[in-house]
Design a protein around this ligand. Structure first.
Ligand code: ATP
Length: 258
């Protein structure tokens, strides 16, 4: 997929929280249609990297480019943040994030949840958005849940509603932060099925996950992070089948994936 345009490109990213250096020079390149999974031990910096990609976190050093357009920064070497609010909004609406805890609004129906941002943030016509929202809810298998509230859904259904909400922004890429970790195994499978469908449609996705089966089954490329650096990366069959790094072997055997 190297001849397709780069959607998310991150070069030499450094991110610290005070004295704690969490990302120590990380490169990620997701081309159009690529599914890239980020794996690694707890605290290795996976979620931080995802939040940096979506400009939810400031950083110290490195480049972040969206479809070839570099993020503009202000600040200094100790702390910098995006300089252009319009650019941030444009990038965020094109990189829809699906959070671990769903973050659905409890006082809105599922349909309203899915429609809210396209109508209020993008200013798209309500009728058009409603039709699209119903279609996305259908696509993730909960088309019959439009009028109920989040508390009336199972965890797997809530996560699928959160995916429909992200899709309704019609983003260039989807960023998933542990999409299955809050779910029981059987509910997890509902979400895995939806992510596999999206992958087979050629959606660009960055997925932070502890689920090695998910990473193996949906990814074009898997990145193993260790203490803020990429320890090893490659196609899933190579990475899981014949890991070179001792640390990756240890990690995989600890997660029963080896
Ligand atoms: N807002 C914050 N302030 C200070 N430290 C933070 C903050 N967010 C994360 N950290 C620290 O940064 C490090 C990396 O955290 P991060 O959440 O990116 O790891 P992770 O690989 O996603 O872990 P997990 O698999 O447990 O979710 C951890 O040591 C964490 O404690």
């Amino acid at each position: 997929m190297q001849d397709t345009p780069s959607v998310i490109e991150i070069n030499n990213l450094h991110k610290s929280y005070g004295e704690l250096e969490v990302l120590k020079g990380v490169d990620i390149n997701a081309h159009r249609g690529d599914v890239v999974s980020l794996i690694g031990s707890s605290g290795s910096g996976k979620s931080t990297l995802l939040r940096c990609a979506n400009l939810l976190e400031d950083s110290q050093q490195g480049d972040i480019l969206f479809k070839g357009e570099p993020v503009l920064w202000k600040g200094n070497a100790h702390h910098r943040r995006p300089a252009d609010a319009k650019q941030v909004l444009r990038i965020r609406t094109n990189l829809s994030m699906v959070f671990q805890q769903f973050n659905l609004w409890s006082h809105m129906s599922i349909l309203q949840n899915v429609m809210e941002a396209p109508v209020t943030v993008l200013g798209r016509p309500r009728d058009e958005v409603e039709e699209a929202a119903r279609g996305y809810l259908q696509k993730v298998g909960i088309g019959d849940k439009c009028d109920v509230y989040p508390a009336q859904l199972s965890g797997g259904q809530q996560q699928r509603a959160a995916i429909a909400r992200a899709l309704c922004m019609e983003p260039e890429a989807l960023l998933f932060d542990e999409p299955t970790s809050a779910l029981d195994p059987e509910l997890e499978q509902e979400v895995v099925r939806v992510i596999k469908d999206l992958a087979s449609e050629g959606r660009t996705m960055l997925i932070v996950t502890h689920d090695m089966k998910l990473a193996h089954d949906v990814s074009d490329h898997v990145v193993f992070l260790h203490q803020g650096l990429i320890e090893e990366q490659g196609p899933p069959d190579t990475l899981f089948g014949s890991p070179k790094s001792e640390r990756l072997r240890g990690f995989l055997s600890a997660t029963h994936a080896a």
